[in-house]
Write a protein that binds this ligand. Structure first.
Ligand code: CTP
Length: 431
């Protein structure tokens, strides 16, 4: 029996890709795999050519229970799992050891062999355990690369100071496998939302005026994307229904791209039969042009100084529909408000809305909470320059039924997402 299958844990396995580059510390990679497998993770390994000179793929295959990849274009290895599929598969990539050369490639987007290509292709968080000679670690080039990578969100564990294999003493020794595994487990987070199907709407919608022009808004989608990413990190199945956005789809998230509010509504309804948590972070256009022109609207047709009057009609309120349980499509019987049919049972859906306000924030948010029958409203003051649209931070107040509210400090949107999902878990626990 392989080590992977002999480990019995009740937690669902998380998918860790271990990338090994060519330094002497590669000999510790099997120990790291064992530590991750003991945590209950599914581990796949990819080695650079040089790494394979320090540790054999066979050892890593034996301890991980999976075929090991060493080559970018090997037809047999690509047949097993192609390198892009492997990059997509990972929920976390651990690079241990990471040589100075690999850090440089990662910092500069070089993809000239298997491991560097996987690192460029993955959207999963990356945890790096550097290991190198003390002078290579201290070199300004390495320092700059590390600073660049940290600024991009790459996490580091080690290196530690001590006696190095090259004979020098100083910083450069790879962190111990147990330390790296513990950091990986912390980054993966506890799978507290395993079994939940979380549907998140994000970004702004675009309503066509004619084939060229649209009615749009300033939402970047950042808040909704962070909620989706955090829900996936917590082990939920996540569907992200997003208006046009240049943001990358978070790892482990299924993205459904839409343009208009009506398309967003259809996409939401298509997911509702399975959804257990609905988070409406999108800035949905409340109106759409009643009759979008089939051809581009020309100024000549409007006369010399002629203005243009466009009739707008109301879009459906997606959140209010979900809150009211207006989701009969696909369900066998009409569920009551706030309920959803799932596996033949009726379950209560947890509904979280947002309220973007520029004045009288809490009172307006409370009215939305009641009108849209939400379990929680995340209210933000969009008149602040450090919160709301297109910034990385947000200052929100959580508005609960029954008159309670909770003001959170200014936080990165990722941390706001974590707070929101903590409250979702709290609501679920209370039921
Ligand atoms: N929402 C929605 N469908 C709409 C409008 C809003 O699902 N057609 C959702 C948003 O995703 C958000 C919440 O409702 O979770 C509140 O959106 P907001 O724009 O703050 O409020 P509106 O309901 O549009 O009201 P108003 O613009 O008048 O403040």
């Amino acid at each position: 029996m392989s080590e992977a299958s002999s480990t019995a844990t009740s937690k669902p396995a998380r998918r860790v890709l271990l990338a090994v580059s060519g330094g002497i510390a590669a000999y510790k990679a099997p120990e790291l795999v064992r530590a991750l497998v003991r945590q209950g993770q599914t581990v796949r390994c990819a080695l650079t050519r040089n790494a394979a000179r320090f540790v054999t793929p066979l050892v890593l295959q034996t301890v991980s229970g999976h075929a090991v990849r060493t080559d970018l274009f090997d037809a047999e290895q690509e047949g097993e799992i192609d390198h892009i599929a492997l990059a997509d598969w990972a929920e976390l990539v651990v690079v241990a050891p990471a040589t100075a050369d690999l850090l440089a490639k990662l910092a500069h987007g070089i993809a000239d062999e298997l491991v560097s290509t996987l690192l460029l292709a993955t959207r999963a968080p990356v945890l790096v355990a550097p290991a190198m000679n003390v002078h290579m670690w201290d070199h300004p080039a390495t320092r700059d690369n590390v600073a660049l990578l940290r600024a991009r969100g790459v996490r580091f564990v080690g290196p530690e100071a001590g006696f190095l294999a090259c004979g020098w003493e100083g910083e450069g020794r790879m962190a111990e496998p147990a330390t790296i595994a513990a950091e990986a487990e912390r980054l993966l987070g506890a799978p507290t939302l395993a079994g939940e199907v979380v549907v998140v709407t994000a970004g702004g919608t675009r309503e066509p005026l004619d084939p060229v022009r649209v009615l749009a808004n300033r939402s970047s989608g950042k808040m909704g994307f962070e909620v989706a990413a955090e829900a996936a990190r917590r082990g939920a199945e996540v569907v992200l229904i997003s208006g046009p956005s240049s943001l990358a789809t978070p790892a482990g998230v299924r993205r459904v791209g839409i343009e208009t509010a009506l398309q967003m509504r259809d996409a939401v309804h298509a997911e509702l039969a399975r959804c257990s948590v609905f988070v409406a972070a999108a800035a949905v256009s409340d109106f759409r042009p009643a009759m979008p022109a089939k051809q581009k609207i020309k100024k000549e047709a409007l006369g010399d100084d002629g203005g243009l009057v466009v009739e707008l009609v109301r879009n459906p309120d997606i959140l209010a529909e979900v809150g009211a349980g207006d989701r009969a499509a696909g369900a066998r019987s009409e569920p009551k408000a706030g309920e959803v049919q799932q596996d033949g049972r009726t379950r209560r859906l947890i509904v979280v809305g947002f309220a973007a306000e520029s004045e009288d924030v809490l009172a307006a948010a409370r009215r939305k909470l009641e009108r849209k029958r939400c379990d929680l409203i995340v209210a933000n003051d969009v008149s602040r320059s450090d919160a709301g649209f297109d910034v990385d931070t947000n200052a929100v107040t959580l508005v609960w039924p029954g008159g309670r509210d909770e003001a959170l400090p200014l936080l990165p949107k990722r941390a706001v997402a974590a707070q929101i999902l903590d409250r979702v878990e709290q609501i679920r626990g209370a039921r």
